[in-house]
Every structure is written in C-alpha cells, then in structure tokens.
Design a binder for this molecule. Structure first.
Ligand SMILES: [Zn+2]
Length: 405
C-alpha cells in the first residue's frame, strides 16, 4: 500500500518557509473584492455516504479537509510569463517562477489537509524543453510551485499524459517519485495500479485512484497508458481493493467533451458505474469549463458525490467560460457512527490574464473585482456578472456560498 501521511503536509509547510526568498506579485493583487465573506450553504448538514453516518461532526471527531482543483494547463504564454517573473524576483533566478500566479488562492489550498490537482501538462523532469499546445511539456519549476502552494496529490491521468511519449511519461514518474506528494494516474504495471495510494491522517484513510477516458494518442502506442485508461473491469478491481484499505475512496477521472456545459452519456454511464462500485467522491475534469455537482444514487443504493468538471485552474484558454473554474472542498469526518462527507462546498476560481497574455493569476472568485473583470484578456463577455454566471448557471445552490445565491 502506497501511503502518504500528514508528515507530507508538514514537509510542505517547511518548504514554504524556505521558498519565501522570491516574491512577485500577481498583476493586480492589490485589488479587493466588494463581496461579503461567504459562508458555506447547509454547512452542518451531513450526507450519508457509502460509509454512512448521519451524525454532524463534533469536537473530538476525526476530520480531514480535502480540496480538489481542476486542470493546471501550462500554455507557452504562461511559462513565458513565469520566465519573465524569474528575472524580476528579489534574487533573480534562471528558469521559471510560477509561484506568484497562485498567491491569491494559496491560503485556501494550504488550509486543506489533502489538496489534489490535475496537472494536465506533464512535468517530465530536467532535460526536457518547455513546450505548449499541442504537445505540452511543463518546466519542473511548476512542480515546485504546486508544492509551495500546498498541493500534495498530483493527478497525472489525462489526455496529455503521452505528449512526450513513454519517455516523458517515465520522466514524469521519476520527477514526482522523490517529492513529498503522491502522484496518482501513471502506473508502470498492473501490480502498481493495484497498489492503492492512501492518504492517512487522524486515523482516517483516503484512497486515491485516477483514470482517463480520453487520450490524444492511442493507449496501444504506449507500454503504460493502458493501466490508466478507464475500463470498468480494472476500476472494479481497484475500487474493491481501495475499499479494503481505506475509509473513503476518491476517484479522479478525465472525461467528457471540451467547451461544453452538457454532460455526455459516457460521463453519466461511468459516474453511475463508479457510484455502484461504492466510490465516495468522483472528481471529473477535461471539459475546460465547470459542469454540475451532484449526489448520485446508483441502482444498488450506493451514493457518490460527483463533480463532473472542475474546469480550468490555470491555463491560457481564450473563452471567458474557460477562465472560470472551481475547487471542490469537503470534510471527511470519522466518529463512532462511521465515516461521512460533510461541508461540501464549491469554491469558484478565475484565471486572470491581460490582453497581452501576461499577469497570469488564479483568484478565488470572491477576491476578484469588477475592475479586474473588465481588464481580463479573455474573449467576451468579461463582466464580473458574466464570470459569476458560469458558476450560478451550472452549479446547484446547495454547493454554493452565500454571495453567489
Ligand atoms: Zn484534458
């Protein structure tokens, strides 16, 4: 059993202290929101999961806070911006400085115990030249930035996992293997895939699995991608193993169609399959826009919390709908009654950039301002209300904070 513990989070905090040497502000971090602070909706309402308890959390209960972000997709203009920042930091460095792109969101990520992100463009290690669309290869400095921000679970199963071929895939595994994170999504053998990754803290064990239902290159051209490419038989076996070693099973899945808020029949089918298997939380991504969040009840009675698409976390995609993403946050609570998922909340985010395609910065929507909204470099519409509407039109109120209701 692969296992990471709260030691990793402490190691990350240590790294953060060390990384305080270089500070570059986002393009407009001085902006303030006029929105009121948000409180979660129905925050105290526990939801019965497959582990089933109806008891709201109380002092003394074990609680692990989980947060999950969508696609971190490093286009050429993003890493060029990071290169320019590296030249401007307090102690100029070679390479790329991505850290400040996440400054406004960092406190939210760091408040979580388990912070998951889909690293859509692979980080293949030193020796690989940076590249953007269509065959992405992302500088190692992005890996450092993600760890500094507070992410400790990196999803690598997505349609770009073969952009640098099997060599790049192996480089990605090598890059992450000695870092204080868990890499989920690339397995080099069936046995490795069946060796379930488990995050453990406060006596709560959370299993992590990751699959992709989309690949840009056929899985048959790779010695390894087949272990990650979604099929029901593999998922059944691995979810069963995960349930044996953990209290909660989270599955990340890359699926659906790009640039549409509509769900595909394949997404619905797979979500129902995973719910039926007893997966507790399904984290979807790939459409590059947000899609609905639902509690799915399978025909055998099992329930899963499913976010169909978290949207983009960071990218250079052009549509205003591509710049609005979200993080899913929830608590895993363990007490005498069992284990439950509570305080489920969507935290909308927006990737800001200027019309000259610089100043990349990820904001929580509630810290974003109307003034920044009108200077956003994405395609229209660019009003603050338009950005908010991508969330309010697609996400049920029960998962939204007060300022968006
Ligand atoms: Zn994708």
């Amino acid at each position: 059993m692969k296992k990471i513990t709260d030691i990793i989070k402490r190691a990350l905090i240590g790294m953060l202290c060390l990384s305080a040497v270089a500070l570059v502000a986002c393009s407009d971090t001085a902006s303030t929101s006029t929105q009121t602070d948000a409180q979660s909706a129905d925050a105290s309402a526990p939801v019965e999961t497959n582990a089933q308890t109806e008891e709201p959390k109380e002092e003394g209960d074990g609680v692990v806070t989980v947060i999950a972000a969508g696609d971190n997709l490093v286009h050429e203009s993003v890493y060029k911006d990071a290169a320019a920042r590296a030249r401007r930091v307090t102690v100029p460095t070679k390479g790329y400085y991505f850290d400040s792109m996440y400054d406004p969101i960092k406190d939210i990520v760091q408040a979580a115990d388990l912070a998951i992100i889909n690293q859509e463009s692979q980080i293949c290690g030193e020796g690989y030249k940076a590249s953007g669309y269509p065959s992405f290869c992302t500088p190692v400095d992005m890996g450092t930035a993600l760890m500094n921000v507070g992410f400790n679970a990196i999803i690598t199963a997505n349609n770009h996992m073969l952009d640098m071929g099997d060599e790049g895939l192996l480089g990605t595994v090598n890059y992450w293997k000695d870092k204080p994170v868990i890499q989920v999504g690339i397995d080099l053998s069936e046995e490795e895939g069946d060796d379930i990754a488990v995050f453990e803290q406060e006596g709560i064990k959370i299993a992590l699995l990751a699959y992709t239902d989309v690949l840009n290159i056929s899985a048959s051209s790779s010695d390894y991608a087949g272990y990650t490419y979604y099929n029901f038989r593999t998922a059944s076996r691995q979810v069963e193993k995960a349930k044996q070693v953990a209290d909660i099973v989270i599955v990340s899945i890359h699926w659906g169609e790009e640039n549409t808020f509509e769900l595909t029949s394949s997404q619905k089918d797979i979500a129902n399959q995973l719910a039926r298997l007893g997966v507790d939380v399904i984290l979807g991504h790939h459409p590059h826009v947000v899609q609905s969040v639902e509690w799915i009840q399978a025909n055998n009675g099992n329930k899963s919390l499913c976010v169909y698409s978290l949207g983009n976390f960071l990218s250079n995609m052009s549509g205003s709908y591509n710049t609005v993403g979200m993080m899913l946050q929830f608590d895993v609570v363990k007490n005498d009654s069992g284990v439950s998922i509570q305080d489920v909340q969507v935290i909308p985010t927006i990737t800001y950039y200027t019309t000259s395609r610089s100043g990349y910065c990820v904001y929580p929507l509630k810290k974003f301002s109307k003034r920044l909204a009108v200077t956003h470099g994405c395609n229209a519409p660019v009003s603050y209300d338009a950005f908010c509407s991508y969330i309010t039109d697609n996400i049920s109120e029960e998962f939204l904070t007060d300022y968006l209701k």
